[in-house]
Design a protein around this ligand. Structure first.
Ligand code: DQA
Length: 144
């Protein structure tokens, strides 16, 4: 059976495609999920792509990734990246490696995006490549 990789997406990422396309591009989250499924097939991985606007759902899904024996989690926590000690604690609470993903490069944007609580516990980070950030993160997960 293929190894499972959770791909968790936080607030406002359900609006990709129409949300600030000058920053995030025109691909929808469904299209990104399709790209990941194609790449996962080549890498002999299975992806489970989810999105929630609610912080607690992301915490629950991180716990679930561990309970289900996932190989890795790709996490684009959206704005919770920069605010959520609960996500930092959740990542520290599980043994599953979490790779931080961003479409944009938060380090080149507003100062409040320069702090990443996710990054304080993540096993790796891919940012600034648009949808390709997710694909590169999946390749990193495959290599773990
Ligand atoms: C984002 C960057 C975050 O700062 C922002 O709040 C998002 C999207 C990205 O993918 O570039 O919602 O995580």
């Amino acid at each position: 059976m293929s190894d499972l990789v959770y791909v968790l997406n936080g607030p406002n990422l359900n609006l990709l495609g129409t949300r600030e396309p000058d920053i995030y591009g025109s691909a929808t989250l469904d299209e990104i999920a399709g790209m990941l499924e194609d790449r996962a097939r080549d890498l002999d991985l299975e992806v489970d792509v989810r999105q929630s606007n609610h912080e607690g759902h992301l915490v629950d899904w991180l716990h679930e990734a561990q309970a289900e024996g996932a190989k890795a989690v790709l996490l684009n926590a959206g704005a919770y990246t920069h605010t959520s000690i609960a996500l930092l604690d959740a990542i520290r609470s599980i043994a599953v490696p979490v790779i931080e993903v961003h479409l944009s490069d938060p380090a080149t944007r507003e100062a409040f995006r320069h702090v990443s609580y996710v990054g304080m516990a993540a096993a790796g980070e891919v940012k600034g490549l648009g949808p390709q950030s997710y694909v590169v993160a999946l390749e990193k997960a495959a290599a773990l």
